[in-house]
Design a protein around this ligand. Structure first.
Ligand SMILES: Nc1ncnc2c1ncn2[C@@H]1O[C@H](COP(=O)(O)OP(=O)(O)OP(=O)(O)O)[C@@H](O)[C@H]1O
Length: 238
């Protein structure tokens, strides 16, 4: 087993669907630590790029290479959707599920799930049915389920869309703690304030292309291109 599935090398990768060119060609190296935030106007390809990186989309051309065999790379990454899908079981069993799925004993998996429920702030709800949780609680459950197997890389697509300020703050705290514990995070967000709070690196997408990538401080304080400046100004980019 390798010590990390990173770096990921993406070379000339394009996504096409029914003849339409959605994203690419993208060249990107994902390495090191921290939180990369994917930013860009609506339809610029953030979701498609995340799905490509996680293997939910196949590149029509180009390649993605993890520093581990494919099966290991797949098992050591996780993905959190904007609207998490809840299973018809208790909160505790939902969090434990990825562990039992990969062969952990049920009692041990449930013990770990109890810890994770506490860590993400839904310890009070472990016996409830997952489907009756509030939006913020569901997203916390999704995070616990994603983090319980200690992934090297966590992808998230707008995890705080539709959540109130308090739930957003709590989820950001879970993410910064995961980052500090060594999980490499790549996340799409529309929320400029959230990007400023969380980003170590910004990946700025425009029309399906990676327009720029680099340290967040530089992107926000000295955007290098007219397009990045216009985006930060709130201008409409087409
Ligand atoms: N299944 C699909 N079939 C055809 N076109 C698609 C499909 N999914 C997305 N697209 C198109 O691909 C482009 C990129 O979409 P994507 O959802 O990745 O962008 P986004 O930056 O995440 O958008 P938003 O910010 O609105 O969520 C858009 O033009 C979109 O209309």
């Amino acid at each position: 087993m390798v010590s990390s599935i990173l770096p990921l090398e993406v070379a000339g990768a394009c996504v096409r669907k029914r003849g339409a060119h959605l994203v690419g060609p993208v060249d990107l190296t994902l390495t090191g630590k921290g939180i990369s935030i994917l930013m860009g106007p609506n339809g610029s390809g953030k979701t498609t790029l995340l799905r490509l990186l996680h293997g939910l989309e196949r590149p029509a051309t180009g390649s993605l290479r993890w520093s581990a065999p494919a099966t290991e790379a797949r098992q050591r990454q996780a993905y959190v959707f904007q609207t998490p899908i809840m299973m018809r079981r208790s909160v505790l069993d939902s969090i434990a599920y990825p562990m039992t799925l990969h062969g952990e004993r049920r009692a041990r998996a449930r013990e770990m799930a109890r810890d994770w429920a506490e860590r993400v702030g839904i310890g009070h709800a472990i016996d409830r049915h997952a489907t009756v949780l509030s939006g913020g609680e569901k997203q916390k459950l999704a995070l616990a389920r994603a983090l319980i197997r200690q992934p090297d890389v966590l992808f998230l697509d707008e995890p705080c869309a539709n959540l109130d300020g308090r739930a957003t703050r709590e989820i950001e705290a879970i993410l910064t703690r995961a980052r500090d514990e060594g999980v490499r995070i790549v996340m799409a967000t529309h929320d400029m304030g959230q990007a400023r709070r969380l980003a170590d690196e910004v990946l700025f997408l425009l029309k399906g292309r990676l327009h720029s990538s680099g340290p967040a401080d530089t992107f926000f304080s000295h955007p290098r291109t007219p397009e990045a400046k216009a985006f930060l100004n709130g201008d409409i980019l087409e």
